[in-house]
Design a protein. Structure first.
Length: 202
């Protein structure tokens, strides 16, 4: 069983649901259908044989299964078991409409795992996506108000977030120290965080 919120929810999705859509390919678990690969998530690969895992992207450049716009997804109402939307909503023009589309296409009881940044550096990719938005804890319940349940988990505490944004953020040891400082000082419960992971059920 995975020990952090994000991995626990990924494991839950891939063990309890069958038809899974990865918007933007943010899980980064398929080298052939993505612009990046995340080796730390290789543990997910065995699950792919048991589910219908597809990637939706607005451009064909990185070989997604479906080319489509999150604002107007080419899926029927209540047709998906689960959706992952990792570090995508900051790059879309209308995140409120995007979340409504995810809700529309999920089956009742469907899972939606979303990751949104708050205190995070500018990270557009020229010719692919721009960088429009940041999300506080107050907007998340508004975005996901139609869902039957919503869990929100902080990503990094205040001190580790500050380190991550600084030149020191490239040193893993310093990040670990910052994480410890956040824990002992209670700053891991601060609202000054890098991002939020959101797990919603329709």
């Amino acid at each position: 069983m995975k020990d952090n919120f994000f991995d626990k929810k990924i494991e839950k999705i891939f063990t309890e649901k069958k038809d899974i859509l990865d918007i933007g390919g943010g899980l980064r678990i398929d080298k052939k259908r993505n612009n990046r690969y995340e080796a730390s998530r290789e543990w997910v690969l065995p699950y792919l044989e048991k589910v219908n895992y597809r990637i939706l992207d607005p451009v064909p450049d990185y070989n997604p299964d479906i080319v489509g716009d999150i604002h107007d997804m080419p899926m029927d109402d209540s047709s998906l078991d689960a959706i992952t939307c990792i570090a995508v909503l900051e790059h879309v023009e209308n995140p409120i409409l995007a979340v409504k589309e995810m809700y529309r296409t999920l089956k009742p009881g469907g899972y939606c795992l979303t990751y949104v940044p708050f205190l995070f550096y500018y990270h557009a990719q020229e010719g692919y996506y721009k960088d429009y938005w940041r999300f506080t804890k107050d907007i998340i319940p508004v975005l996901f108000k139609d869902f039957s349940s919503v869990e929100i988990e902080r990503v990094r505490g205040a001190f580790e977030t500050w380190i991550k944004l600084s030149p020191l953020g490239k040193f893993g040891f310093i990040n670990k120290v910052a994480k410890w400082v956040d824990k002992v000082s209670g700053k891991n419960k601060s609202n000054q965080v890098s991002a939020y992971t959101v797990f919603a059920v329709k």
